[in-house]
Design a protein around this ligand. Structure first.
Ligand code: PLP
Length: 440
């Protein structure tokens, strides 16, 4: 268990600073090591996120805080988020401090650094600090939620979808053996609007009246599709279906507060779009919902009410947690809404061209709300796993563009394209030129 007993006063102070990105940069960050606010790429005030998305000089300044991958155009930033240099140096200093002070630091001082990280993560998410525990990744959070969910009985059904993360689908299916339930799998259309996605889920609810629990992915790993989580969750609640939400890919790629989504439980990564060091995730449990998720069986107090008792990570990477406030500070200085808009704009730059090419199939969102900076495509009709692997290899070997093949959609495999805030329009022009010339 990790102690999540954090103070309310500091959270109020933090929340007071959430008005503008500039104000945020003054209040946020200042972790144990502290990234100075003059070393952050604060966004100009009075410019809309959509206008700023096209301001190349601003994004060049943001890009100057990152080291670029050498030797290739890297368009695979969905794996994890590169730390900007101030966060990297904060992390490296933390590593030195932890290694030098060893157990003396870990046993005496880590709990206050941990509390600071939780308070700031919770404030940015719009959660209460006692609703959050930091984990090692979204996988650890989801495993706790699915495996410790305690309200299933033989004969119930659980719902998953093709857009869910592969190992989470396997976990949901494993409930058939372990809990005697039926796992229902929903196949979503290749391209869909928010209304069509909601309709697909409500149809599945109506066709499966024994549904008790569902996994819902906010942003898919295969093609960056955004599901209308708040609306689907409202429909689920009307039918008594509990929702476990996978927000691994969405936090920082989209700008939202967890309360906007109305979910009881959610799993996050801070090492993707928040830009924290590798090895930091979070588990959110809304107050009043803990009884349905059992305490981790490795805990001493099996009647504990705390969120922290739902995971049992053992010894963790202290330095990564120490760097979290600085990662949040940098993210906030750029601004969540600005990042979302810039990444969507970068997606537009290649996707709109790709949509005009008759030998290319673009997958994912069919309206702006269903799209993110992450997108995917394939060569027309070539949807096997081997086709996607071959396409990824050709892009890399013949065109110098790094991407990744993604699997598991009912419609077949694809290649995912994920720019980051430091990706340039020129990088995407290179991709478009490759798409025009590619044949196999
Ligand atoms: C949608 C989604 N869920 C879950 C995960 C798992 O994240 P992690 O391996 O950091 O736990 C990923 C990773 O890419 C993802 O894209």
């Amino acid at each position: 268990m990790i102690n999540t007993n954090v103070g309310k006063l500091s959270r109020r102070r933090l929340m007071a600073g959430m008005g503008t990105a500039a104000a945020g940069a003054m209040l946020w960050g200042h972790g144990a090591l502290g990234a100075a606010s003059d070393s952050l790429p604060e966004s100009p005030s009075g410019t809309s996120a959509e206008d700023l998305a096209r301001d190349e000089s601003y994004w060049q300044r943001v890009a100057s805080f990152y080291d670029r991958t050498e030797g290739i155009v890297n368009l695979e930033h969905g794996y994890w988020g590169k730390m900007p240099r101030p966060v990297q140096s904060s992390y490296l200093q933390a590593l030195e401090r932890v290694n030098t002070q060893n157990s003396f630091y870990a046993r005496k001082e880590f709990s206050s650094d941990y509390r600071r990280a939780v308070e700031q993560a919770a404030a940015l998410l719009g959660a209460e600090p006692d609703e959050i525990v930091l984990t090692r990744n979204a996988t650890e959070s989801i495993q706790s939620l699915i495996l410790q969910y305690d309200s299933l009985k033989t004969g119930d059904s659980v719902l998953l979808a093709d857009v869910d993360y592969p190992s989470f689908k396997t976990l949901m299916r494993s409930l058939e053996q372990s809990r005697g339930v039926k796992a229902v799998e929903l196949a979503l259309p290749r391209r869909a609007t928010q209304a069509e996605l909601l309709a697909a889920y409500t149809e599945a609810f109506d066709a499966n009246p024994k549904l008790k629990l569902m996994l819902l992915t906010h942003v898919s790993n295969q093609h960056g599709l955004v599901l209308p989580v708040a609306k689907i969750t409202a429909e689920a609640r009307l039918r008594g279906i509990d929702v476990i939400c996978d927000n691994a890919q969405s936090w920082g790629l989209l700008d939202y507060r967890i309360t906007d989504l109305g979910v009881d439980w959610a799993a996050f990564n801070l090492h993707k779009w928040i830009g924290a060091p590798l090895g930091v995730g979070a588990l959110y449990m809304r107050r009043g919902t803990r009884e349905k998720i059992k305490v981790h069986p490795g805990e001493r107090d099996l009647s504990s009410k705390s969120v922290g008792a739902r995971v049992h990570p053992g010894t963790i990477n202290f330095a990564a947690i120490i760097a979290v406030p600085d990662a949040l500070g940098f993210h906030n200085a750029v601004g969540g809404a600005n990042k979302t808009a810039r990444l969507r704009y970068l997606n537009e730059l290649w996707r709109e061209e790709a949509e005009t090419l008759s030998h290319i199939e673009v997958l994912g969102g069919a309206d702006p709300e269903s799209r993110t900076g992450m997108g995917s495509f394939r060569l027309l009709g070539k949807n096997s796993d081997d086709d996607a692997k071959a396409l990824q290899k050709t892009l890399e070997a013949d065109f110098g563009i790094f991407s990744v093949a993604r699997y598991g959609l009912a419609d077949g495999a694809c290649v995912r394209i994920t720019p980051q805030v430091f990706t340039t329009p020129n990088d995407l022009r290179q991709l478009v030129s490759a798409l025009k010339r590619i044949t196999a």
